[in-house]
Design a protein around this ligand. Sequence first.
Ligand code: MN
Length: 206
Amino acid sequence: MATPFTLPSLPYDYDALSPVISKETLEFHHDKHHQAYTDNLNKALDGLAEAEGKSLEDIFATISTFPKAVRNNGGGYWNHIFYWESMAPASEAGEPSPELAAAIDADLGGMDAFKTAFEQAGVTQFGSGWAWLIFTDGKLKVINTPNQDNSLMDINPDKGTPLLVNDVWEHAYYLDYQNKRPAFLGAFWPIVNWNKVNERFAAAQG
Ligand code: MN
């Protein structure tokens, strides 16, 4: 176990995603919220024999056997790193690879239908959680998860490899969008790091 876990820096400047996400939101979200998940994960794993020698991904595969604090803070730690890397400044965001675009057409009915489904997954997640694009059973699928759960966890009804995520906890958007979660989800697309999503998709296909 590579404990203690440390908080990685954002892969871009705090103002790099503006105006979709403000500098102030990223400062609070990364420096306060993500830091808290990091610290609380380390506390939750301290002295926990069953975590010895396991990666976080290994732990997620049997998360039902771990204390709730490991699920919540391990998910919070991992999901946020995945989220930061899912985004890029609009000028560096790239576009879906031909392979990914073809899969979006075949499995999700095209880019417009995918965007609608992804935004809807975020809007309909009651309370806090996440909207995801995952790869499962050889196909793309749009899902949502509550709290800090993800599709690598054995407790999640939808298992699969995460490709893209958006955070629909209020802390992700309240300073910029107040209660307007649909507006936040709709504004997401110019800062999707397609280069990273393409890379994840290629890796997931093996
Ligand atoms: Mn968050």
